[in-house]
Design a binder for this molecule. Structure first.
Ligand code: NAD
Ligand code: UDX
Length: 463
């Protein structure tokens, strides 16, 4: 089967960049990305591609090249489903906030809505691809909904999880470590798998395209995220021990990372991991293990989250303790609000929780982030429902100039590892602050020795 028309439901951090790259690399395929969110689609269609809703290095150039040629963004969900041979489902699968599994299970209501809409609209056979991260065996539920439409249309369900990381999405998509495609081991299943393999083979070498059964593919995605997050919690656990013993976590990470069995990646101690995936997917894994009665498995993975929460709280407590046990009415400047550099995404960012703790201690927080909007920061805090929106507005000041943000501060806390923070005129910042001038480097990116020679009291993670 030769694929010429693809539709992707969900124009978010995964759907947008993934489809932009498919369209760029496969000019013979028409790719339509649809979303219910009209504003989001309007932003994707903004004539100036610098204004597209997602900031990712290299993305706006690809959108500029392919949009209007074979890449389209639309709110006409049914039309796009009807026309496509392959439909990617790339909608959000957040942690449930209600009912059974609240706070743990993945909320699959958006997935089910997509399946029902596809079932309603489809008049010809279709390949439906799970791009969203889903609990193992979700394909079964999707298949059941699709197969019970009674209109004779045949559906093949494939699992094709996305492994891109935000901030490096375009390079990850252009040069993936692997593409994973899970499908049925029937002749029709294999035909569908091959059709999707051939799409990726336009730019990914076939030895990197791995095919498995559906359940292995679904579970591999949760497993990959759990392993990556586990490494961060492991090094963060060591960072606390380093602080007590005089060891330096950067040196420990380097020493263990040179062991080829361990490897150097994902060993950067930090204020705690954020992002829309790690916490959600591990909680989901814990929930799945519990539903099968595997309590030891569940407890084992839950500890990764417990450690991460501890690391975020430990960072805010350290600020309070170091500032003579009170931050009331003191100005604390945050450099960074995004959950990592090179993205405007703030979901589950450690900055939100650290700010919330410090505002509880009556600190005044001033923030500078190169890509995150003021409204986003305020809505992140409001979402926690710790206090009223008016009180959050009083406690949080957002500035467009880092030097202004740091002026008259008692302390600076680095929450995101944006490269530009390392290039600032730190003497100028020091001169404008209250003394002693404290720096809490939640990302270990600043030059501690240089800052101390200027006069700062420097606190990193794990040293
Ligand atoms: P997102 O919230 O940025 O985007 C999801 C989009 O889907 C939203 O714009 C929403 O309006 C739209 N949507 C929801 N229901 C819809 C419906 N019925 N019809 C049309 N549009 C609908 O989410 P995301 O970050 O792109 O994540 C999507 C999925 O990919 C999740 O399952 C996530 O776990 C997974 N994932 C995310 C990343 C990442 O880095 N963000 C990486 C790998 C996998
Ligand atoms: C993650 C996975 O890496 C990706 O494969 C998956 O598809 C989606 O989830 P993402 O959350 O976008 O990607 O970014 P990632 O680079 O994994 O960082 C997640 C968080 O961990 C960030 O807050 C980051 O700052 C933090 N982190 C990462 C560390 O604290 N230390 C590290 O060594 C690496």
């Amino acid at each position: 089967m030769e694929i010429t028309k693809i539709c992707c439901i969900g124009a978010g951090y995964v759907g947008g960049p993934t489809m932009a790259v498919i369209a760029q690399k496969c000019p013979h395929i028409q790719v339509t990305v649809v979303d219910l969110n009209e504003q989001r689609i309007k932003d994707w269609n903004d004539p100036n591609t610098d204004n597209i809703p997602i900031y990712e290095p290299g993305l706006s150039e690809i959108v500029a090249e392919a949009r209007g040629r074979n890449l389209f963004f639309s709110t006409e969900v049914e039309k796009a489903i009807d026309e496509a041979q392959v439909i990617f489902i790339s909608v959000n699968t957040p942690t449930k906030t209600y009912g059974k599994g609240k706070g743990m299970a993945a909320d699959l209501k958006y997935i089910e809505l997509c399946a029902r809409q596809i079932a309603k609209v489809a008049k010809q056979n279709k390949i439906v691809v799970e791009k969203s991260t889903l609990p193992v065996r979700t394909a079964e539920a999707i298949k059941s909904i699709l197969d019970n439409t009674g209109n004779g249309v045949q559906f093949q369900i494939l699992s094709n999880p996305e492994f891109l990381a935000e901030g490096t999405a375009i390079t990850d998509l252009l040069n993936p470590d692997r593409i994973l495609i899970g499908g049925d081991t029937t002749p029709d299943g294999e035909e569908a798998i091959n059709a999707l393999v051939n799409v990726y083979a336009n730019w990914v070498s076939k030895d990197k395209i791995l095919t498995t059964n559906v359940w292995s593919s679904e579970l591999s995605k949760l497993t990959a995220n759990a392993f990556l997050a586990q490494r961060i919690s492991s090094i963060n656990a060591m960072s606390e021990l380093c602080e007590k013993t005089g060891a330096d976590v950067n040196e420990v990470a380097k020493a263990i990372g040179m062991d080829s069995r361990i490897g150097p990646k994902f060993l950067k101690a930090s204020v705690g991991f954020g992002g829309s995936c790690f916490q959600k997917d591990i909680l989901n894994l814990v929930y799945i293990a519990k539903t099968y009665g595997l309590n030891e498995v569940a407890d084992y993975w839950e500890q990764v989250i417990i450690m991460n929460d501890h690391q975020k709280r430990r960072f805010s407590s350290k600020i309070v303790q170091t500032l003579y046990n009170t931050v009331a009415d003191k100005k604390i400047t945050f450099l960074g609000w995004a959950f990592k550099k090179d993205t405007n995404d703030t979901r589950e960012s450690a900055a939100i929780y650290v700010a919330d703790d410090l505002i509880n201690e009556q600190a005044k927080i001033s923030v500078y982030d190169p890509k995150v909007s003021k409204n986003k920061m305020l809505s992140d805090l409001d979402y926690l429902e710790t206090r009223s929106a008016e009180k959050n507005l009083e406690a949080l000041t957002i500035l467009n100039d880092p030097y202004e943000a740091c002026k008259n501060a008692h302390a600076i806390a680095v929450l995101t590892e944006w490269d530009e923070f390392t290039t600032y005129d730190w003497k100028r910042i020091y001169d404008s602050m209250h003394k002693p001038a404290f720096v809490f480097d939640g990302r270990n990116i600043l030059d501690a020795k240089k800052l101390e020679s200027i006069g700062f009291v420097y606190n990193g993670i794990g040293s």
